[in-house]
Design a protein around this ligand. Structure first.
Ligand code: AMP
Length: 302
């Protein structure tokens, strides 16, 4: 298997300055799965949903090469639910409601056929659940990447630090990098976080792009200035899914490939925000992705 993904599969209620949508299918693993499927058709998801999660979404993911054998279905329970409201700048949001439901007792089980996956992406989840997944792998993946959020920094700092020490790559936003390191300078923050374990660090800055720290090398990926941003939900997961999908397909961890991977993730994220939920992300043509990659290139070359 090229890529194993663990993360939430959810229903979201979303409110942006452009409208409101309820019961939108989301969750980190859903966005990651769709994004990575543009690179490889050998992906597996470990997650848990309730009996309310649409079978059509599973079928759709399966048809794109995203296996869902590792998704536990608790028929008499409800799927994870999250609700958020975006501020006018669309870069910041308030969480209005989080109902863990099936996630409250999530005991991840990695199917045998996933345990040799070459690349592993741990979506934002309880750090102990992320650890359990790493521990179930029979061979160490070539790259273990993890996403997390400030909530875990406050709620479980010791467990989070332990999980971070087990991974090769950490993806966080700038505010989280500052909180985790206690440093304002992102360069100093990066050094401190890398000393915690991860060799690679990606610091996401929303509409201001992302920084990649790779041992002592640094790369900046811009975000494409867009005319229409409807819903930023899932942009971070789409970015991570695109990046890891690209790396898994290339099966190479050189700095040059990392740079291309981060631009690929940025390109997919730029589509994700154009419609609510996964609507835009799941309807892409390869030629549209190619065109957007060209736009990234002309944006920064001079
Ligand atoms: P992003 O906008 O990339 O940060 O990801 C948004 C997705 O993360 C939404 O679809 C939510 O369902 C999911 N999500 C939000 N909070 C959590 C949480 N505490 N644990 C797991 N997934 C979450």
């Amino acid at each position: 298997m090229d890529l194993l993904v663990v993360g939430s599969m959810a229903f979201d209620d979303l409110e942006t300055p452009f409208g409101k949508e309820t019961n939108v299918v989301g969750g980190a693993a859903t966005y990651i799965g769709y994004a990575a499927s543009y690179c490889t058709d050998d992906i597996g998801i470990v997650s848990v949903v309730g009996g309310d999660f649409p079978q059509e979404v599973m079928d759709d993911l399966n048809s794109r090469g995203v296996d869902t054998e590792g998704v536990q279905i608790k028929v008499n329970e409800k799927s994870f639910f999250w609700s958020g409201r975006y501020h006018l700048d669309m870069n910041s949001r308030d969480t209005l409601d989080t109902q863990l439901n099936v996630l409250a007792t999530f005991d991840p089980r990695v199917p045998q056929s996933y345990r040799n996956a070459k690349y592993l992406l741990l979506g934002n989840l309880t750090p102990t659940v992320q650890q359990q997944v790493i521990e179930q792998m029979t061979t160490r993946p070539k790259l273990v990447a993890m996403d997390t959020m400030n909530f875990w920094m406050n709620a479980m700092p010791t467990e989070l630090a332990h999980t971070i020490s087990m991974v090769d790559m950490l993806l966080v936003n700038d505010e989280e990098a500052r909180q985790l390191s206690g440093e304002y300078s992102l360069v100093k923050a990066a050094r401190k976080i890398q000393a915690m374990g991860p060799k690679y660090l990606v610091i996401k800055k929303g509409e201001h792009g992302a920084l990649l720290f790779c041992q002592d090398q640094l790369f900046f990926a811009p975000a494409l200035p867009l005319e229409e941003v409807f819903d930023p939900t899932g942009a971070g997961d789409t970015f991570a899914g695109g990046m890891l999908g690209y790396l898994a397909k290339a099966d190479d961890l050189s700095f040059d490939t990392m740079k291309r991977a981060i631009i690929y993730g940025s390109a997919l994220a730029s589509f994700c925000v154009e419609k609510f939920g996964t609507a835009r992300l799941k309807a892409l043509m390869p030629s549209q992705i190619e065109q957007r990659l060209q736009e990234f290139s002309s944006l920064v070359s001079y």
